[in-house]
Design a protein around this ligand. Structure first.
Ligand code: EPZ
Length: 431
């Protein structure tokens, strides 16, 4: 029964260090097993999804050494099994990256079909299309994807029907060891796609064009070891920027790449925040009530879908009527009902939310429907008058390292509690 309890109404002030990107670390951890030499990964975020994937990598036989909280050494030479178990994929969808890594290295892989999740059906047809294009036979039997290429894989020209981060990276991993040249058109351009390509190249791959919509790969025989540091997490950074905006605070997010957050920064300026960009930091100051805007989520460099719930929480208390359109996933407004319990005035019609800003929210007991919606509810609780309790914070801990501690360092009155007694104690202590 882990919960966050928050006493809202306090402007966040101070500086916060941003961790490595979860959505870059997941494919990079998977790709690390493609070398038979030792790969050292630094700046890994210490979040549940990362730790579950590391366990899955150990389960298939790779040697893993946890150097410290943010550093791991992986050696794939001891892998004994190309089959990933159901427990792993059930815990995190992104275990599907092991499909591209194992197929690329061993020409065969068995990974259970990842289920949907709370934000949508999450198909993987584009992943399988890419594997088939480079010569793998892909079948699905008893809920497991079986991919094999007895005669090896050969490069191909692949046009993605949908811009997909996961499929772009998964195909890039497998194709990096396919004979000849592969071209991926209509590729995803997210910073974590670029980071995955940079990591593969640091192991000896030959990948060009990552970050554009055409990626060119020339297959290589084998990978050597390397040391690599994960790119900063633009979504974690954006989440703290939104928290500053919602609480009329003054927050500097450090260890970021401002360019990755251009769409988020532009929206914050549009609604009335002052934003100062440094070389590796961004400062957000919100001194007056914010204004309405229109937001549509798009593949990078558009406004990120992973920032949509957090933006919704900020607009819930902005002046005027805002429109938020979610064009990537079909079920990413589940936080709206929870916000309404705090006094928000939001109507969802299909993939659009119409948000009539209210002058303020009041604390309530809410529960996290998914990772980013949970973060949005914490932002709402920080802005609300009174106490908010957020249930099901296990979702939040999948993607945010030390979320409560980092917010406390910015002046927030937030605690993780595990019982009613602890909750009461906190409420009494902060008054
Ligand atoms: C990644 O998911 C991220 N997860 C998501 O972040 C993020 O929201 C998403 O990219 C979009 O940026 C990780 O990186 C682990 P997609 P992914 O394939 O790769 C459709 C978070 O909160 N599609 O880019 O699964 C799909 O249905 C998570 O950190 C197909 O149709 O997303 C969606 O509509 C949530 N067929 C669209 O493409 C496919 O084969 C984009 O999905 C694959 C995807």
């Amino acid at each position: 029964m882990e919960q966050y309890v928050i006493k809202g109404g306090i402007p966040l002030v101070g500086e916060v260090d941003i961790a490595g990107a979860k959505n870059a670390a997941l494919p990079i951890l998977s790709a690390a097993i493609m070398s038979n030499e030792t790969v050292t990964l630094e700046n890994l975020p210490d979040v549940n999804d990362i730790n579950v994937l590391i366990e899955s990598i150990e389960k298939i036989g790779a040697h893993v050494e946890r150097v410290d909280r943010h550093t791991v050494k992986i050696n794939g030479s001891t892998i004994s099994d190309c089959a990933v178990d159901y427990e792993s994929i059930k815990k995190i969808r992104a275990s599907y990256y092991l499909l591209g890594a194992l197929l690329g290295k061993y020409n065969r892989a068995e990974v259970p079909l990842p289920g949907g999740c709370n934000i949508g059906s999450r198909p993987i047809d584009q992943h399988l299309k890419g594997f088939r294009a480079i010569g793998a036979e892909v079948s699905i039997s008893h809920g497991t994807i079986i991919a094999k290429a007895e005669r090896g894989m050969r490069g191909a020209h692949i046009f993605m029907d949908v811009v997909s981060v996961g499929a772009t990276i998964n195909i890039m991993m497998a194709a990096s060891r396919a004979l000849g040249r592969t071209i991926i058109e209509n590729a995803a351009k997210e910073p974590h796609v670029v980071d995955a390509a940079n990591f593969l190249n640091s192991m000896g791959a030959d990948i060009r064009g990552a970050g554009t919509d055409v990626i060119r790969i020339r297959g290589v025989e084998k990978f050597h070891g390397c040391t690599y540091s994960i790119v900063p997490d633009m979504i974690e950074a954006g989440t703290y920027m939104m928290a500053a905006a919602a609480t009329k605070g003054d927050v500097v997010v450090r260890n970021v790449i401002p360019k990755h957050l251009e769409a988020v920064t532009a929206k914050l300026i549009e609604i009335g925040c002052e934003v100062e960009e440094g070389d590796d930091s961004i400062r957000v100051v919100a001194s007056r009530r914010l204004m309405r805007t229109h937001v549509k989520t798009l593949p990078y460099p558009g406004f990120p879908t992973d920032m949509q719930p957090q933006m919704g929480a900020v607009l819930a208390v902005a002046r005027g009527t805002s429109i938020v359109t979610e064009s990537i996933f079909e079920n990413r407004f589940k936080y709206v009902d929870e916000l309404s319990r705090m006094g928000a005035n939001i109507k969802v019609e299909g993939n659009t939310a119409i948000i009539d800003g209210v002058s303020g929210l009041t604390g309530a007991r809410v529960s996290s429907p998914d990772l980013r919606a949970g973060a949005a509810l914490v932002i709402a609780g920080l802005a609300a008058e009174g106490f908010t309790t957020v249930d099901d914070i296990v979702y939040i801990k999948r993607g945010y390292e030390d979320f409560d501690k980092k917010l406390q360092s910015l002046g927030a009155e937030i605690r993780e509690v595990a019982s009613e007694r602890e909750l009461r104690k906190f409420e009494l202590s902060v008054g």
